[in-house]
Write a protein that binds this ligand. Structure first.
Ligand code: ZN
Length: 137
């Protein structure tokens, strides 16, 4: 089977979403074509100041996968009801709109840094729900 392109998938450690992410990649015919980087909060974990210690590990792994696996794309899958978003939200009421803005900020930060470092590679950002609803950003 010829591989059209390779990607890295950035996703969250939440047990409820492992199958959801797998099914999403299966629908996109991406099983076996992706390297995986799974960390609490997905894009939130690699951009929020609260999780600063994790950021370098992500960028080092991405760089390694670009070199070793010739990936051309980063697929970012955040999810609704994420515990990392709750941590960032702090004591404020955790509602859908607060949650959405936390995800959006993480996507904006990640896209900006990614595009600066890798202008020739692609990035796509998704927010997925337990009911399999996929929102694109
Ligand atoms: Zn999560």
């Amino acid at each position: 089977m010829k591989i059209k392109y390779r990607a890295m998938v950035l996703s969250c450690i939440d047990p409820r979403f492992q199958q959801v992410v797998y099914n999403y990649l299966k629908r996109k015919k991406l099983i076996g074509k992706c390297s995986a980087f799974t960390i609490a909060g997905s894009a939130i974990g690699v951009t929020a100041p609260k999780f600063k210690k994790w950021h370098k590990t992500f960028w080092d792994n991405l760089e390694t996968s670009i070199k070793l696996h010739k990936i051309k794309k980063l697929i970012v899958i955040n999810h609704r009801d994420c515990g990392a978003a709750r941590i960032i939200n702090g004591k404020k009421n955790f509602n859908k709109s607060n949650e959405l803005s936390i995800h959006k900020i993480s996507f904006i930060k990640l896209k900006k840094k990614f595009k600066n470092k890798y202008p020739n590679l692609n990035i796509e950002t998704k927010l997925i729900s337990l009911n399999k609803k996929v929102e694109k950003f």
